[in-house]
Design a protein around this ligand. Structure first.
Ligand code: ADP
Length: 485
């Protein structure tokens, strides 16, 4: 990998704690592997609670001085950080592909997306407005100011090794917080590269740390039990989100949670079918189906069901599975064997209950964790895939008759992150977008992520929003000041 990089120093293999590049106190390390090739890229330090506590203490110290700067001063550093990310997009993309598996073009796209949060929130640092409220008595003056919450602990998954972190540290650092990131153990290198560039951009020493560690629950406990941490931000499964919320309760810690989804993707019979197929391909097969906003249940109205299935299968057959670092590859490997087994389990269960394979259905000839992009037809409510997120390249097709029926089915889940539908009738569009119980609705589009809009879920898909001016609020406290004159 190092040989592929224009700037090999971006491949950092030590942890970044309190502004220093360090090894673990006990010297322990763990391996980072390339899921496409199965080989070891490098080892990184396996940190524990003690190093995490040092990172938190340093962030607490650095945060005060950082918060005292003007928004414009903080924005200037973040602008530099953003520009360095974009200037090194090729290298950051190659590191991301090597550790995570997504095709290089997608990885570079993620770097631009990730960098956009640093840019956008940096700009927003100048606009942390308070409020004045007419006094309730003649001698009273009321103002409300917004202040940074303090030190933030962050735990993120492997599926977007760069953007999941910048979406959190962008607003946190912009408003004046300190930030301790614990990236997934599968993908620490993208986070470390981000730290290399943050240091070059001039982030104050200790403000931003990266804890590489396999001991996820220890780091989670340190975040929840250390009194200097004022906020926990997490992206991952609903299961782990619940554990962290329970742990955070002891300190009554503020939490942002981006959890699982079970996205419906509805195609009505008045839809532009080609556009719907294109949207479904993006929504379902981007990142090999490993995003929390991936279409998980594709509902197609009876009149267009066969035509849609045929067109979708034709598009799926054109996907080119392989090592993401090779040219022309559209679909990489899955992250690990557990992921492969989950896709297989969903397929086997569906077939056992009467579904049929339209295309794919098996492990790929390339071996390892490669899997054939798959379409399954005649899927019904009692199948596993209806109720659980597959997180892999499996598109299950359900047939429906009426708008009322499909809205009810789409909402029949504990999750409420993203949803999508394709239709033309303006009355239908208005009714359905209002009826879907989701934090995000894509209408005639399969791609909804952008730094300028509030991303987040309702129900058990999470708490809080990331992106947009609302994403700033999650890192701010309001203070009401009552002045008697
Ligand atoms: P995913 O399936 O995307 O890996 P998880 O919720 O299992 O979703 O993991 C998301 C992140 O949470 C990962 O970085 C993982 O290491 C971390 N994690 C898992 N269990 C815990 C825990 N008990 N406490 C803190 N972090 C955890």
């Amino acid at each position: 990998l190092r040989a592929l990089l224009k700037d090999p120093s971006l491949l950092a293999t030590q942890a970044y704690v309190a502004g220093e590049w360090i090894d673990a106190d006990d010297g322990s390390t763990f391996e980072v592997t390339n899921p496409a090739r199965g080989d070891v890229i490098c080892t990184v330090p396996n940190l524990g609670r003690a190093e995490t506590a040092r990172a938190i203490a340093a962030a607490e110290k650095a945060q005060k001085e950082w918060a005292a700067r003007t928004g414009k001063e903080r924005a200037a550093v973040m602008r530099k950080w953003f520009e360095l990310m974009m200037a090194n997009q090729d290298d950051l993309g190659a590191i991301l592909t090597a550790e995570m598996g997504k095709p290089l073009a997608e990885a570079k796209g993620e770097i631009a997306y990730g960098a956009s949060f640093i840019e956008w929130f940096g700009e927003e640092a100048k606009r942390i407005y308070g409020e004045t409220i007419p006094g309730h008595q003649r001698d009273k003056r009321i103002t409300v100011i917004k202040q940074p919450i303090g030190v933030v602990g962050s735990i993120t998954p492997w599926n977007f090794p760069n953007a999941m972190i910048t979406r959190k540290c962008g607003p946190a650092i912009a408003v004046g917080c300190g930030f301790v990131a614990r990236p997934a153990a599968e993908t620490p290198l993208s986070a470390l590269a981000l730290a290399v560039l943050g240091e070059r951009a001039g982030l104050p020493k200790g403000l931003f740390s990266v804890i590489t560690s396999k001991r996820a629950s220890d780091i989670g406990k340190e975040f929840c039990e250390n009194h200097a941490v004022r906020k926990l931000t997490f992206t991952g499964s609903t299961e782990v989100g619940r554990i962290l919320l329970r742990q955070a309760a002891d300190q009554v810690m503020k939490c942002s949670m981006e959890l699982g989804g079970n996205a419906p993707f509805i195609v009505f019979d008045d839809a532009d079918l080609d556009a719907a197929v294109e949207g479904a391909m993006m929504s379902k097969f981007r990142n090999n189906g490993q995003t929390c906003v991936c279409a998980n249940r594709i509902y197609v109205q009876a009149g267009v069901y066969d035509a849609f299935a045929e067109k979708l299968a034709a598009a799926v057959r054109k996907l080119n599975v392989g090592d993401g670092l090779e040219a022309g590859v559209t679909t990489g490997p899955l992250i690990n064997m557990d992921a492969v087994e989950k896709v297989e389990e969903h397929i086997t269960d569906a077939l056992g209950k009467g579904a049929q394979i339209v295309t794919g259905g098996k492990r790929h000839d390339l071996g390892g964790t490669f899997f054939q992009p798959t379409v399954v037809a005649n899927v019904t409510d009692e199948m596993l895939v209806t109720n659980e997120e597959t997180f892999g390249p499996l598109a299950p097709l359900f047939k429906f008759e009426t708008e009322e029926e499909v809205v009810e089915k789409a909402n029949a889940t504990i999750f409420g992150l993203a949803s999508y539908f394709y239709a033309r009738d303006i009355g239908r569009i208005t009714r359905v977008q209002e009826a879907l119980e989701y934090g995000i609705v894509g209408v005639n589009t399969g791609i909804i992520s952008t730094e300028v809009a509030p991303f987040g879920g309702v129900k058990q898909s999470g708490l809080g929003r990331e992106g947009s001016r609302h994403g700033m609020e999650d890192y701010l406290e309001m203070k009401y000041i009552c002045l008697s004159i």
